[in-house]
Ligand binder design. Structure first.
Ligand code: AMP
Length: 423
């Protein structure tokens, strides 16, 4: 058997995350945690595996995610399960299952973790990707919409993103949408043949979904479609006005996109999307909205909720192209040794540095001093401790400052306290 036949590759649309990307992921998560703490969101981690029915009921049977994209299977106990395609459904289930709905007042959660959608992979579109999001449950107040949107912008800024664009729309309530859907059907009926196959089905099952189609011919037809505005009640309009005025007061710029519907069925009233021009075709960096009937549809109280999710890989793409990866070098030490005795002593030094809480490393396969200095440089170590047979005999080492380009002899007894002072 050739070695190629033995090779197992990662699945299409999945990624190994390491190096600069892993550092960016950390930077993004830390920015999220700092900002969400400021906005009083507590962490909630829900399982990756849930009953399939949770997503079918929450997202809607006619959505692309449920129709074509869920990783679903029957497990060994014959339960139909799915790997979560998004975070909101699980948060709502957890909110009800853990009786958070019985608590007074708002429930504010943030979550982070992998999501799974069997989409056609392309730049910015993966089958396993990561989202960081927030959900604010138990409130119908437009101030909650504003708070969630402001926390989204604050998070993106804290992570180092600039140049993103915020778009808003008001989808009204399900009742208001019933009349609007009729108007849409009247509009699309005479031009059904122009629409893609999927949209022809959507026309029958959920005409609203046509507005979300990315097919260029459908997009042309959609650009003249009626907007929902004339079918909204005063209450829905004034809710949206409050959201907009909160954003204006906070100095947050936005655009109204009157035909933005978002891909999932549960949204009501405010929906929003953040895009970035550097992302190309998949330009949505994050999105969310209000979902006032979802909790009740799962047997909970009649209370509203609002949330968003940001795609971490897409945020990484924006940050990378903005060269936002900081060139911070931690004060780290590299122990370079020559010969077996020095390796043994060097390993002890390495461990005592780490016990002191210092970041230190060494190469156990080290050959030449030159190659070790190259590794130290690559690892962005600030200081190199050089130990050879000669130094061992004199109980000293060479202490090299890579930034200042200086080198001095240091007694092994003093070494640890010198390193401590450099911290
Ligand atoms: P959604 O849950 O569809 O509203 O998506 C929210 C965000 O998750 C999007 O704006 C993207 O940043 C990210 N996202 C959604 N689907 C994918 C995917 N297949 N690959 C990578 N990121 C995704």
């Amino acid at each position: 058997m050739s070695s190629n036949q033995n090779k197992i590759s990662r699945l299409r649309g999945t990624q190994d995350i390491y190096g600069d990307t892993a550092l960016l992921f950390q930077k993004i998560e830390q920015a999220a945690i700092r900002v969400f703490e400021r906005y009083s969101f507590g962490e909630l981690e829900t399982p990756i595996l849930e009953e399939k029915q949770l997503f079918v009921r929450a997202l809607g049977t006619e959505t692309d995610v449920v129709q074509k994209e869920m990783y679903e299977f029957e497990d060994r106990s014959k339960t139909q399960v799915a790997m979560r395609p998004e975070g909101t459904a699980g948060v709502v289930r957890a909110y009800l299952e853990n009786n958070f709905d019985k608590n007074e007042g708002l429930c504010k959660f943030y979550y982070r973790g992998p999501m799974f959608r069997s989409e056609r992979p392309q730049a910015g579109r993966l089958r396993q990707f990561h989202q960081i999001g927030v959900e604010e449950l138990g409130t119908s107040s437009p101030y909650a919409d504003a708070e969630v949107i402001l926390s989204l912008c604050a998070f993106l800024e804290e992570a180092g993103a600039t140049g993103f664009e915020l778009k808003l729309n008001n989808l009204g309530t399900f009742e208001e949408r019933t009349i609007y859907k009729e108007k849409l059907r009247e509009f699309f009926k005479p031009q059904l043949k122009r629409l893609c196959e999927d949209c022809q089905k959507r026309f029958e099952k959920n005409v609203f979904r046509i507005l979300d189609c990315k097919n260029p011919d459908c997009r042309k037809a959609i650009s003249d479609a009626p907007t929902i505005e004339s079918y909204l009640t005063e209450e829905s309009k004034s809710h949206f006005d409050t959201v907009k005025s909160c954003l204006e007061a906070a100095g947050v710029k936005y655009k109204i996109d009157a035909r933005m519907v978002r891909g999932l069925d549960y949204y009501t009233k405010t929906v929003f999307e953040v895009t970035h021009s550097k992302l190309g075709a998949q330009d949505a960096l994050g999105a969310g909205g209000r979902y006032d009937q979802l909790i009740e549809s799962f047997g909970g109280p009649s209370v509203g909720a609002v949330g968003f999710a940001v795609g971490v890989e897409r945020l990484c793409l924006c940050l990378k192209s903005e060269e936002a990866i900081s060139a911070e070098t931690t004060t780290s030490f590299y122990v370079a040794t020559l010969g077996p005795e020095a390796l043994k002593a060097g390993f002890k030094i390495l461990q005592s540095l780490r016990v002191e809480g210092l970041s230190a490393q060494m190469d156990f396969e080290a050959k030449s001093l030159k190659s070790q200095l190259r590794s130290a440089d690559k690892a962005k170590s600030r200081y190199v401790i050089i130990l050879g047979e000669e130094e061992m005999k004199k109980n000293i080492c060479l202490f090299k400052d890579m930034a200042a380009k200086t080198q001095e002899e240091v007694g092994l007894k003093e070494l640890l306290s010198i390193c401590r002072d450099k911290k």
